[in-house]
Design a protein around this ligand. Structure first.
Ligand code: ATP
Ligand code: MG
Length: 261
């Protein structure tokens, strides 16, 4: 089976990253991983370890300097020019903060129509927009509202609806609930899992919460200082972590859940 995403020995640094002794200080170093169609993969690791950067490189929003990134068997460079819209349409991201990712001057209806106009080159019909908003558990009455008239949980549902409106193959959710009230976090995560199953999506979840990753993701990638510390099936990695780093993340997660209990 061809992998949906195949990353091989990939290196990335931001354009103005510090240069040490003539060598680039890599933000991502020697990353190799593959994502199978319709799988759910969790990416974990401490703040600054490169999780969001990795997601952006895999989507083609940032360009790596070394190594290869393939989507559906095609090198990302083959999507430049005319194919750029195809790549954007197939790879959608749900961002951490829905309030910042939606335009405050646009009604929800316009926010949902805009990606379809941009990436499918057509004006969506009303039925399509209504189906899109209802699929995420919201009613059509929110379509005429502006973002400030919705709660954080409702806004993240709109963010998810917006990403799905263009019928992506793979959805990257970058800490999709960490800006939300704890009381709605589980609802939004359940919605993501339901939609993944209904639509046959491949889902990549960036999360700080190992509990969430172990419930939702069959595969896990543990990032540390821009490298992959460890990767594999979630149950085996979490049961028998190979790296001290993963073990320490687990210990911290257990301590935090005891504190909450
Ligand atoms: N636009 C940018 N320009 C330069 N450096 C950046 C930029 N964005 C992120 N970085 C740096 O790249 C490294 C990785 O950042 P990244 O945002 O990918 O980490 P992360 O694992 O997603 O962290 P968090 O859990 O806090 O979201 C950090 O050192 C960060 O400071
Ligand atoms: Mg991040």
């Amino acid at each position: 089976m061809t992998s949906l995403v195949e990353v091989t020995n990939m290196y990335f640094h931001y354009p103005r990253a510090r240069i040490i002794a003539g060598e680039a200080a890599w933000t991502l170093e020697d990353i190799s991983l593959s994502i199978q169609p319709k799988s759910t993969v969790g990416i974990v690791g401490e703040s600054g370890s490169g999780k969001s950067t990795l997601v952006r490189v895999m989507c083609g929003l940032l360009r790596h300097q070394q190594g290869n990134v393939k989507f559906n068997g095609k090198d990302l460079s083959e999507f430049e020019g005319d194919g750029a819209n195809d790549l954007r349409r197939e790879n959608q991201i749900v961002f951490q903060n829905p309030r910042r990712s939606l335009d405050p001057r646009m009604t929800i209806r316009r926010s949902l129509s805009e990606p379809i106009r941009a990436l499918h080159n057509r004006q969506p019909g009303d039925d399509e927009i209504i189906a899109t908003i209802e699929r995420v558990g919201l009613g059509r009455e929110v379509l005429s509202r502006f973002p400030h008239q919705l709660s954080g949980g409702q806004l993240q549902r709109v963010g998810i609806a917006r990403s799905l409106s263009v019928q992506p193959t793979i959805l990257y959710a970058d800490e999709p609930v960490s800006a939300l009230d704890v009381s709605v976090q589980a609802q939004v995560l359940n919605l993501l899992m339901d939609l993944r199953d209904q639509l046959g999506l491949t889902l990549v979840m960036v999360s700080h919460d190992l509990g969430v990753v172990s419930r939702m993701c069959e595969e896990i990638v543990v990032m540390r200082h821009g490298r992959i510390a460890e990767a594999g099936r979630t149950d085996s990695v979490l049961a028998r972590p190979d790296s001290n780093y993963t073990a320490s993340l687990l210990k911290a997660a257990r301590a935090a859940s005891l504190e909450r209990a």
